[in-house]
Design a protein. Structure first.
Length: 296
């Protein structure tokens, strides 16, 4: 490992009393859009990193863990998914993973921050791997909330890759029980919805648990799951939502394995990873039974 004495350092305040630091070799882009501050930097350990409002969003080393975890459980649940909607997803990696699905014919991505999307396309094109140029993809630079509330199109899979419901986040209003319910109306019969649900470590799961409670106010079936993301240095939460689902049984694990083989090129998601993800630890299961607050 190279010495870091002469590197600049990016320090991220993850929570009260917790800082994460990354040595940087260079800054590729930085600015302030109409919605947030952003930077694309390079770390000797994690490679390129996208940072929004001072928070790490993804890193070259392990973004595949995050994006495969976000996308593929929902796609494995649905029988031959052909259409998908992505809310957020500026880097393009979420769309990239959807395009791996052999039956996928149409992907609509709606992200409010065109400046960040353009910066990602310029400085980290490997995240999208040509996804934005794929004729199956429609990129809409606009308000995901307005799109969901005004759309009548049905999708087999909906992926929410938005920032968490923090007061200063541009996506705060997209995490209410009412908005989740409206999103549910855009799903095809038998469809599935997946969402990232913030930090889920034993010391930082409070927001995650509140998001799960809010989802359960809008969906008949909600299955929380997690994956460890090294660049975040914590267990990260997700949720799979549908009209009905059994995400932990033998049939679900078999579907995950078959789905991973059909997609090809996956580096993280398969049946064993699926089983690990959905068998969440007891501190989370206990938190889900205690937490009753919802975002309204």
């Amino acid at each position: 490992m190279p010495k870091t004495e002469n590197f600049q350092w990016y320090v991220e305040q993850v929570a009260d009393g917790e800082l994460h630091s990354h040595a940087l070799t260079r800054t590729l882009a930085q600015g302030t859009s109409a919605y947030q501050t952003y930077a694309i930097v390079e770390s000797p350990l994690f490679g390129k990193m996208l940072v929004l409002d001072g928070d790490t969003q993804s890193a070259s080393l392990d973004e595949h863990i995050y994006h495969e975890s976000l996308v593929h459980p929902a796609c494995a649940h649905v029988d031959q998914p052909a259409s998908a909607l992505v809310l957020g997803g500026g880097e393009g990696a979420t769309v990239r993973e959807l395009l791996r699905v052999p039956t996928m014919q149409r992907v609509v991505m709606v992200d409010i921050d065109g400046e960040v999307v353009a910066a990602c396309r310029t400085h980290m094109p490997e995240w999208g791997a040509g996804a934005f140029e794929d004729p199956r993809v429609a990129l809409i630079v606009g308000d995901a909330k307005a799109f969901v509330e005004g759309s009548h199109e049905k999708f087999d899979v909906i992926i929410s890759d938005l920032t968490e419901p923090l007061a200063d986040s541009p996506s705060y209003g997209l995490h209410t029980a009412g908005f989740y319910g409206r999103t549910r109306e855009l799903l095809s019969d038998g469809g599935a919805y997946a969402i990232q649900t913030s930090m889920a470590g034993p010391h930082n799961f409070q927001l995650h648990a509140q998001m799960i409670s809010t989802l359960r106010a809008a969906w008949p079936a909600v299955a929380p799951y997690t994956a460890y993301i090294p660049a975040f240095d914590t267990e990260w939460g997700f949720a799979l939502c549908a009209t009905a689902l059994d995400a932990r049984g033998a049939a679900a694990i078999a579907r995950a394995d078959a789905h991973a083989r059909a997609c090809g090129g996956l580096r993280h998601y398969d049946g064993q990873s699926h089983a690990r993800a959905f068998n969440v630890p007891r501190y989370l299961r206990d938190a889900y039974t205690r937490e009753t607050r919802v975002f309204k």
